[in-house]
Design a protein around this ligand. Sequence first.
Ligand SMILES: Cc1ncc(COP(=O)(O)O)c(C=O)c1O
Length: 424
Amino acid sequence: MAQSKTMNQPVDLSFCRDEFPAMEMKVNGKPAIFLDGPGGTQVPAPVAEAVADYLLHANANTHGLFATSHRSDELISEARSAVADLLGSAADEIAFGANMTTLNYALSRALGRELKPGDEIVITDLDHEANRGPWLALEEKGVVVKSVRVDPDKLVLDWDDLESKVGRKTRVLAIGFASNALGTVNDVKRASALAKKFGAFSVVDAVHAAPHLPIDVRDIGCDFLLCSAYKFFGPHIGILYGRAEVFDKLRTYKLRPQDDHRPHRVETGTLCHEGIAGTTPAVEFIATLGRKAAEAAGRKVPKGRRAALVAGMEAIQSYEDELAGKLRDGLRAIPGTRVFSAPEGTLRTPTVSSTYQKMRSEDMAKALGRAGIFVWDGDFYATTLVYDRLDLGARGGLLRMGLAPYNTEDEVERTLDAVERLVR
Ligand SMILES: Cc1ncc(COP(=O)(O)O)c(C=O)c1O
């Protein structure tokens, strides 16, 4: 795979493409283009190998007195350390679960035990329902849930509205790090500081941010942060970071024999061990990108995995940002296209959503799918935003293209050509 013709290349594209066997896929004779990353990225071969290796050579339940169980304990512990390096936390602040949604329900139920009627929770209209539904469910206890509006023109959160809604009665502020529908990145550090000022818990949904930008939970200052490994090159598992002091006090619903210490107190039942085992190589893949980026730029190769991960995420961010600019500009130049994106200068992920005068999003996605271009259509569970606030029901919601470090400039050009032919 050739390097880009015109782009600055912080990501080693040949390495990236070679690592992902899915890049070989063809649809109707044409090479597949994976722009479906916001729904879950492809995985590098070592991730799939680690999953298979776990099932074939280490398959057991935890804390047993025999080899496969010891190995299971080790692999889970290694994955906690890897994710801790990715998020900037300690390993014992990282819990695993089925997915982000399930973990967030567990979190909301646990925090809900501390709330009384009249207490308030602040959520946002920009968020995926996974960071709204679990909090709205607490209305049945008499808790008041307020949702922060989105500026419908700028497609960013209305901070005046947020600041007017967070106050003395607020007990939880639940906010997304980045919108999975629009790519808008929120200032979660500022939000967490505001929550702290009023003694409220801050909960950050980083599912859409984690594949695209470096995360440092200490710097953000949040109490909880959630993400999902399948969005950053890993298997289908969810991750919850809980700040040690609050995690220790979190009264989760748990079984009597279950370990009561963090992070285990939220990990009900047997976890997906093979998914957890596959998470470590997903994190290692990002670290490798970081080391390669430093080497290629003639900088000192970062010492330690955390530094390599930060360098890796910065390389990914820089590469994806430039590619997303080309995609946005190219789509905007196609007559009858509307691109839904926050203004230039706003921090955004490389997730580009659009609508078309001539065709509904569903029909566009179907036609592109037949051409081997994988994109999502609809609301992607950002239901409040897409259907209630942007009122895009009649258009079939948005057409969403999401970039990953394995995507190329050539793929973006082919996608733009295909879109142009469809709506011409
Ligand atoms: C921003 C965001 N939050 C939450 C979720 C839910 O994640 P999970 O599938 O792990 O429950 C998604 C999934 O698309 C998402 O994009």
